[in-house]
Write a protein that binds this ligand. Structure first.
Ligand SMILES: NC(=O)c1ccc[n+]([C@@H]2O[C@H](COP(=O)([O-])OP(=O)(O)OC[C@H]3O[C@@H](n4cnc5c(N)ncnc54)[C@H](OP(=O)(O)O)[C@@H]3O)[C@@H](O)[C@H]2O)c1
Length: 341
């Protein structure tokens, strides 16, 4: 069946001819700190500006990361001619409007996930980027990690046979005062955490034919947890997410020839186990060879983006605009069913 070898991963090694872009950051919160730290440690990219709704927060962030310019508004940041690409790390309710603002100013854009809260809004942003001739990408960092390239090749090469099941979970526990409990900030488990299992499923099986979801809403009006079953012809996927329970965040891709277990957390660097007939000892373990772990793996999407911009692309070939909007459509339908139940 398969040899003991995994395909070589595609690794977005910095300094391979990609331009050193000048980045501006909007929304100096938790993920922005992680992303900029990872970029500084592991890429050839330069962050030159940051904006917050409060100048002191922008200045504090700039101080922590050695950034030249701090602004008190997104308008000022997108108007900075020394910024090539804008990273939008604000809360989800702001993604669409900030992305449109950056695109209108002629900037390339990396928008934190989810790119928008509806498929129509996602398409509006992506189409605006295409019309303006700039590069627009959702920051679905898992797609650019070495592990994802190995999964894609195993699936494409038929090493797993016919894929019949995908399962994945992503649950974290958050206190009631967290932004995820706030409907006005675009909170809820599905769009923030459930997007990871759904994008894994989409990478392996494409868009579903049918979406069935159950879950529960919080008294603040957002989804607390959800189980989503997706039909893809003869294949079925079970994906679940929670913001009220910690889950192992594992994935499994099961095919007629072999299964691939993604150890937790499946969306960031962690081992994978390829099993043929485990009763016959046919098991192979894949380790990330780069040594770049945890949140530092955010670096790969930054180098990938710079490479794509250098190539004159307008969308990521590993997460196209059409697929980005389709994933949002799946989440939207799941949330609709849970809300309407
Ligand atoms: N890739 C990942 O692994 C990952 C992990 C966590 C989060 N995320 C995504 O990153 C985004 C930010 O999450 P986070 O955890 O970093 O949140 P956070 O720490 O609360 O930071 C969000 C930032 O958004 C800005 N903001 C702009 N408009 C806002 C508004 N109306 N209300 C509140 N804040 C507003 C705030 O900056 P100012 O107030 O200074 O303007 C704040 O610093 C979310 O879309 C989330 O899904 C991604």
């Amino acid at each position: 069946m398969f040899a003991s070898v995994f395909p070589d991963p595609q690794i977005f090694i910095p300094g391979q001819g990609e331009p050193t872009l000048r980045w501006g950051v909007i929304g100096p919160g938790w993920i922005a700190d992680m992303f900029v730290g990872a970029m500084r440690r592991h890429t050839a990219q330069r962050v030159v500006a940051v904006s917050s709704r409060a100048l002191d927060r922008a200045e504090a962030f700039a101080g922590r990361h050695g950034i030249d310019r701090a602004y008190a508004s997104a308008e000022e940041l997108v108007g900075d001619p020394g910024v090539d690409v804008v990273y939008i790390a604000a809360t989800q309710n702001e993604h669409r409007s900030l992305a449109l603002q950056a695109i209108a100013a002629g900037k390339h854009v990396l928008v934190e996930k989810p790119i928008a809260m509806t498929a129509a809004d996602a398409r509006e942003v992506l189409d605006a980027g295409r019309a303006a001739g700039v590069f627009v990408m959702e920051a679905m960092w898992s797609r650019y990690q070495p592990k994802a390239s190995v999964i894609r090749q195993l699936v494409a090469d038929g090493a797993l046979g016919e894929i019949r099941h995908v399962t994945a979970d992503h649950g974290q526990w958050f206190p009631p005062e967290h932004r995820l409990f706030r409907a006005d900030l675009g909170g809820g488990a599905l769009f923030d955490l459930g997007i990871y299992p759904v994008q894994l499923d989409s990478m392996v099986l494409g868009a579903p034919d049918e979406v069935t979801a159950i879950g529960a809403m919080t008294d603040t009006g957002v989804d607390a947890h959800a189980t989503v079953v997706l039909a893809h012809g003869a294949a079925q996927s079970t994906l679940w997410t929670s913001m009220i329970a910690r889950t192992p965040t594992r994935g499994l891709i099961a095919g007629s020839e072999a299964s691939l277990e993604l150890e937790g957390p499946f969306h960031i660097p962690a081992d994978m186990v390829l099993s043929g007939n485990p009763f016959m000892g046919e098991q192979h373990v894949w380790h990330d060879p780069t040594g770049v772990g945890l949140m530092d793996a955010l670096c790969w999407e930054a180098t990938a983006l710079a490479r794509y911009v250098g190539e004159g692309r307008h969308e990521s070939p590993l997460h196209t605009h059409a697929e980005t909007a389709s994933i949002i459509a799946t989440l939207e339908e799941a949330l609709r069913q849970i809300r309407d139940a």
